[in-house]
Ligand binder design. Structure first.
Ligand SMILES: [Zn+2]
Length: 68
């Protein structure tokens, strides 16, 4: 199975013991699961929300303009 490498999805443990998987590209919470191993299948199937990515780019542009 020589596919392209998966994007990196850091996993964060919640106070209740469940785990969140976070997409670093669109900053969505991909999934929440009690077993961290379950998150890998969600990570693989995650599709970034193009709307939130576009929104983020817009915010970065505004931030860059404000810094000038
Ligand atoms: Zn994403």
């Amino acid at each position: 199975m020589a596919g392209k490498p998966l994007p990196f999805f850091p996993h964060r443990q919640n106070p209740d013991g469940s785990f969140d998987s976070i997409c670093l590209r669109c900053f969505a919470t991909v999934a929440t699961a009690m077993d961290v191993r379950q998150l890998h299948s969600y990570d693989k199937n995650h599709v970034c929300d193009a709307t939130s990515i576009a929104h983020r780019r817009e915010s970065e542009k505004l931030a860059a303009a404000a810094a000038d």
